[in-house]
Design a protein around this ligand. Structure first.
Ligand code: ATP
Ligand code: MG
Length: 440
């Protein structure tokens, strides 16, 4: 097959911009990929897919130049093409119109055997889909998932901009572990020891002393060995930190953000939610808040016993998810087990000013009031077996006017998972990184 040059051809319309009232009978140019073809002898059909929908292309032998009609024989699934043609209303087409070509450019070839069928008519398992992710993303379902993810990130930014937060970018290459070293990926950094960031925690706290309210949307890296349906080794975190407030204030921000994002997706992603057969509900504000102690009582009432101080593990979380649906907070966790920078309650030091945001059984976010007094922070570091001197770069900022502050970190993929109803986090990350997957 001869490959055509693009030359001066440019798309005039995306598939969802073809307004039949003004364009019927007019010539337009569409660009995209061939989704499928059908050959009825004297009549050939092709479906062209672009990022916003599909266009039916009809090739009637009787009406077309012979060379153009023959050229349609070379169309293959997933081939990139540009088609010049006349818009014609036709009720039989799934979109209510068809394009009758006047010219056609085949812009690249496609090997005969695709490893995956993006129409999902031939089903593929998740590994095969991830191995051939680019083809998989062209499926209506995977595509819809990532359009929703795009909407989620856009809405998150809008929310923070509306509330006068400042977007920050903290380093991904760091010298000290935020919370001890077990989950860190070491890297070769010239003659020094360095790691990939597992959290922007310390930097975002420092930046509240300048910008008051900050947020960051960035990748973090965790060397967690286990393989689950909700953990990856590289993930996007949405982090905030706010000066002059405590854990209750940042919980308010978090529930308002979740409400804003879900409303935005619900109102603007009808098509995608339908494709995913999602019955997403906009949650009511405020979200339910259970203290850790109340959560244990709730579990006990439902036949799941934990002792005060125990972590609420996967099984217990699943139990909770069967009792409570949608988003809710678990607040005031035991101080022991919380990172060194989490503030304890003044009246009951065994309880911390912390929270997790849950959605059913899945943890979406963790946060709390931070320690802002240097001496207490140093004591906490020592108690947790960490070396204060390796945190000098951080501790010195506490001498320069550190305000009381609080914040949280939200796993972006976990949020997209619950919004799209996906059961595996790998479904909502374009190129996931887990214990065994490093390509593509
Ligand atoms: P979990 O208990 O679910 O492993 P965590 O408490 O260790 O999470 P945090 O340090 O609280 O995680 O991180 C904040 C948020 O980041 C979590 O609530 C979660 O949404 C997300 N997150 C953390 N680790 C991962 C991971 N390995 N993969 C995907 N998301 C993660
Ligand atoms: Mg957590």
């Amino acid at each position: 097959m001869e490959i055509d040059k693009l030359e001066n051809w440019r798309r005039t319309h995306y598939s969802d911009q073809i307004d039949l009232e003004t364009l019927e009978g007019k010539e337009i140019i569409v660009c995209g990929w061939i989704k499928q073809t059908r050959d009825l002898g004297g009549l050939k059909f092709a479906i062209l897919r672009d990022n916003f929908g599909e266009v039916q292309i009809t090739f009637p032998k009787a009406k077309l130049d012979e060379k153009l009609f023959d050229k349609a024989n070379s169309l293959r699934n997933e081939m990139p093409v540009a088609i010049k043609g006349i818009v014609k209303i036709d009720k039989r087409s799934p979109t209510g119109f068809e394009l009758i070509p006047t010219d056609l450019k085949l812009l690249n070839n496609v090997t005969a055997n695709l490893p995956l069928d993006p129409t999902y008519k031939v089903k593929a398992d998740l590994d095969t889909r991830l191995d051939n992710r680019i083809l998989d993303l062209r499926s209506t379902q995977a595509h819809a998932t990532f359009i929703i993810r795009h909407k989620v990130t856009t809405a998150i930014r809008q929310f923070f901009v509306n509330r006068r937060f400042i977007e920050i970018n903290t380093p991904r290459i760091i010298a000290t572990a935020t919370e001890g070293g077990t989950e860190l990926f070491p890297i070769a950094y010239f003659e020094k020891e360095a790691f990939l960031a597992q959290s922007p925690q310390l930097y975002k706290e420092q930046l509240t002393t300048v910008f008051d309210k900050v947020y960051e949307i960035a990748p973090i890296f965790r060397a967690e060995e286990h393989s689950t349906t909700r953990h990856l080794n590289e993930l996007m975190m949405v982090d905030i930190e706010m000066a002059f407030c405590n854990y209750n204030d940042v919980m308010n921000v978090l529930e308002n953000l979740i409400h804003y994002v879900i409303s935005d997706v619900k109102n603007n992603c009808d098509k995608e939610l339908n494709i995913l057969k999602s019955d997403l509900q906009i949650p009511k504000l405020p979200f339910k808040r259970y203290t850790y102690t109340e959560t244990l009582e709730l579990l006990a009432k439902n036949g799941y016993e934990l002792s005060w101080g125990d972590d609420i593990g996967t099984d217990a979380s699943r139990k909770l998810g069967s009792i409570i649906s949608g988003p809710y907070f678990i607040t005031e966790w035991p101080s022991e087990g919380k990172p060194f920078y989490i503030q304890s309650r003044a009246d009951k030091p065994e309880i911390s000013e912390s929270f997790d945001l849950m959605y059913g059984w899945i943890e979406l976010a963790s946060g709390g009031t931070r320690v802002h007094e240097k001496e207490i922070l140093i004591q906490r570091l020592i108690n947790q077996g960490l070396t204060p001197s390796s945190f000098d770069f951080h501790l010195k900022v506490f001498d320069w006017g550190m305000p009381p502050h609080a914040g949280w970190g939200l796993g972006l993929a976990r949020l997209v998972m619950v919004l799209t109803g996906k059961q595996n986090i790998r479904e909502v990350v374009v190129f996931p990184r887990d214990r065994t997957r490093l390509t593509p």
